[in-house]
Design a protein around this ligand. Structure first.
Ligand code: ITT
Length: 203
């Protein structure tokens, strides 16, 4: 493979938390451009039922319309006792259950999750990210997983989404209680972006 990792890369996301995390994780190795930086104010399509499918769909949408190298992240929480739910529907979980009026209602999503796990002893879960990168017309997929447990109630103010109810393995605090740099050193997103970096500079 003779493609070198670019100096600039568009991150096809409308989630500012993901953008901040990716910029912190990738550091100075690459300059991350947002959708605003390329004058894109569109919603991204995500109509597939897998992380891989949605990540590719978002990256292709931006690559095709704006002619830029880019990557997209589709991610979510997979809970063992719920057969992997909410999974790809993580952002829309409460909405789909009629407990919220819109997607991305983090408080409603976590409330719904804790309600669905009420009385269930098995609290095992994992966050999963699939990053789809399109570089010079070639598509690449990178996965990152972090295992942990779901708490009985939310704790912490940091992060976003389900962070207040997820304790990563080896820790006794939720993602929302960890410092951003702690989360960014072990998270699903960090692992998938590390795999992307390693692919281009294996040494
Ligand atoms: P884009 O599609 O624009 O990137 P999005 O927020 O819609 O943004 P997803 O469809 O991938 O992204 O949904 C991800 C959802 O999964 C997110 O809204 C959270 O509810 C949850 N999630 C993903 N990563 C998370 C993290 O690091 N911490 C907490 N929750 C996370």
């Amino acid at each position: 493979m003779n493609i070198t990792f670019p100096k600039e890369l568009v991150f096809a996301t409308n989630n500012r938390h993901k953008l901040e995390e990716a910029a912190a994780i990738l550091g100075s190795s690459v300059r991350i451009l947002s959708l605003q930086d390329i004058d894109c104010r569109e919603e991204l399509p995500e109509t597939k039922d897998t992380f891989e499918g949605n990540a590719l769909q978002k990256a292709r949408y931006i690559c095709d319309r704006y002619g830029v190298d880019c990557f997209a992240d589709d991610s979510g929480l997979e809970v063992d006792a719920l057969g992997g739910s909410p999974g790809v529907y993580s952002a829309r979980y409460a909405l789909l259950k009629g407990a919220a009026l819109q997607a991305h209602d983090d408080a409603a999503n976590t409330r719904q999750l804790l309600r669905d796990l009420d009385g269930i002893a098995d609290r095992g879960a994992q966050f999963r990210t699939v990053t789809a990168l399109i570089l010079q017309g070639e598509e690449h997929l990178f996965e990152g997983i972090v295992r942990g447990t779901i708490t009985l109630s939310p704790a912490g103010e940091g992060g976003f989404g389900y962070d207040p109810v997820f304790i990563p393995e080896g820790y006794d605090r939720t993602f929302a209680q960890l410092l951003p740099e702690e989360k960014n050193s072990i998270s699903h997103r960090a692992r998938s972006l590390a795999a992307m970096k390693k692919y281009f500079s294996p040494l």
